[in-house]
Ligand binder design. Structure first.
Ligand SMILES: NC(=O)c1ccc[n+]([C@@H]2O[C@H](COP(=O)([O-])OP(=O)(O)OC[C@H]3O[C@@H](n4cnc5c(N)ncnc54)[C@H](OP(=O)(O)O)[C@@H]3O)[C@@H](O)[C@H]2O)c1
Length: 292
């Protein structure tokens, strides 16, 4: 495994296992298999509704807790100081642990400065080993990274061959924030696994297109957390530490970046933001001063 040393000295695996859209009933079994395969970073979130499954798999794995890196994220409905504070304790309970390795604010929505202060207090209390943000595009990131008492260690944003986020990466580097990719496979969209450039690179290195994607992103200093519910794909996605793209091939990979590729979740679209504030999580009813 390769590691990224975060800005507070905590070491984070460069490759992990994501459980967005993994049904809660299947999560324990999927995470148990991922741990058997060798993954030591698990990425969940309050909004995924499957923190319990992650916690059960980790608890039953027999692997020492300090060898596993758990990430979770605070959802929009908990985005003020009081709710975020309570939700951190709720995540700890569901995950069956006394600390979360990395807690992120899931979206730059609601009273997120208040929620960020709740994470800082939980960090100081030892409940969170590192704190950060997700979907904070550069102008939001520079704000929180400059003004926070405990600067964010990580920013998790949409990043894959068709949206490589080079400009955002530069800003993160300047701020000392690690870049983590969500949807490294673009959720399978845009024919990614049949892409001619990726197929050619895969043939050259004797690997699969998906493996080329993960390797290339890690070479670009991006942490990756691919999701799959299938064991053979967990194994394939983990088998990426025995080759490196040379400079020309990395350039060919960079050429796949395509600003016209539609964002998977468009945080600059009013309808998407309304959906995240309302209907995305069942039962969530925000509005009318809920979070301020
Ligand atoms: N912070 C955020 O707002 C945010 C948003 C989205 C995602 N995330 C995180 O990022 C993680 C990864 O993103 P994602 O789940 O959206 O998408 P992804 O990892 O880009 O793609 C997952 C899709 O690719 C398929 N797949 C996986 N490995 C494959 C392989 N080797 N060959 C062929 N198909 C393969 C999976 O299908 P099967 O499962 O059927 O194999 C699934 O349909 C999430 O699980 C979550 O932890 C965070």
């Amino acid at each position: 495994m390769e590691y990224k040393t975060l800005n507070n000295g905590v070491k984070m695996p460069m490759l992990g296992y994501g459980v967005f859209q993994t049904p809660p009933a299947e999560t324990e079994s999927c995470v148990a298999q991922a741990l058997e395969v060798g993954y030591r970073l698990i990425d969940t979130a309050q909004a995924y509704g499957n923190e319990e499954g992650v916690g059960a798999a980790v608890a039953k794995s027999g692997i020492p807790r300090d060898e596993i890196f758990i990430t979770s994220k605070i959802w929009v409905s908990n985005m003020n100081y009081e709710r975020a504070t309570a939700s951190i304790d709720e995540s700890l309970r569901k995950l069956q642990t006394d600390h979360i390795d990395l807690m992120l604010l899931h979206q730059a929505m609601g009273d997120y400065p208040g929620a960020y202060r709740a994470m800082e207090d939980a960090y100081k209390a030892g409940k969170l080993r590192a704190i950060g943000v997700s979907n904070f595009y550069s102008e939001r990131l520079v704000d929180v990274a400059t003004l926070a008492e405990v600067p964010p260690a990580v920013n998790q944003i949409e990043t894959h061959p068709f949206r490589q986020q080079a400009a955002a990466h530069t800003v993160m580097d300047e701020l000392g924030v690690a870049h983590e990719a969500w949807a490294p496979f673009a959720e399978g969209k845009n024919g990614i696994f049949q892409n001619p450039t990726l197929v050619a690179l895969a043939e050259k290195y004797g690997k699969k297109p998906g493996q080329v994607v993960l390797r290339a992103l890690m070479q670009e200093d991006v942490i990756v957390i691919p999701k799959t519910v299938r064991r053979e794909r967990m194994e394939e996605n983990f088998d990426v530490f025995d080759f490196e793209l040379d400079a020309d091939d990395l350039s060919a990979f960079k050429m796949l970046d395509d600003q016209s590729f539609p964002r998977i979740f468009d945080h600059f679209d009013v309808g998407t933001v309304r959906w995240m504030l309302g209907d995305l999580v069942k039962g969530q009813q925000l509005g009318g001063g809920t979070l301020y």
